[in-house]
Design a protein. Sequence first.
Length: 180
Amino acid sequence: MNRPAMRKSGAAASSVAWFVAVGGTFGCLLPYLFGYWQFHQPVRYWDIARAVGALLICAGLVPVVDSFVEFFRAGGTPVPVASPPGLVVTGFYRYVRNPIYVGFLAILVGQTLLFGALGLVEYTLIAWCIGAAGVRFYEQPVLDRKFGAEYQEYRRAVPAWIPRLHPWTPVEHAGLPGGG
């Protein structure tokens, strides 16, 4: 049974709090506390890698922020206890099933290049393993129970980690026979 959409103000406040608490802790605070936020020059001409890292950080923020906006538009938040009543398949979710995780990984890889910190490679791998396990053993089963055939169709059409080149359109929303 689907519950009604959250109030807009509650969804916005919850989303911002979740973004700051979770993203801030794992994307900023922990790397800083582990000493990874110190600039290193592991090889000559690392400034090029540093520039690529800054671009990756900015690029990684785009799907993360967009995903929060899409959850808000759908009447909920990315917070598991305040998720939207319907399956979110808009925005970056049309290209990849886990755009928040993919964006977060881009941010961590960007930090690795920006700071030239080898320890961030290990941190990024551990973060990805934890995220992938959470998706596999928590998120997918919950979404499967909640949305059934709709989620199964989505899983078949949209990859979990490597984005599609063209956006997916659900058959029922495409307006054309056979979908998009």
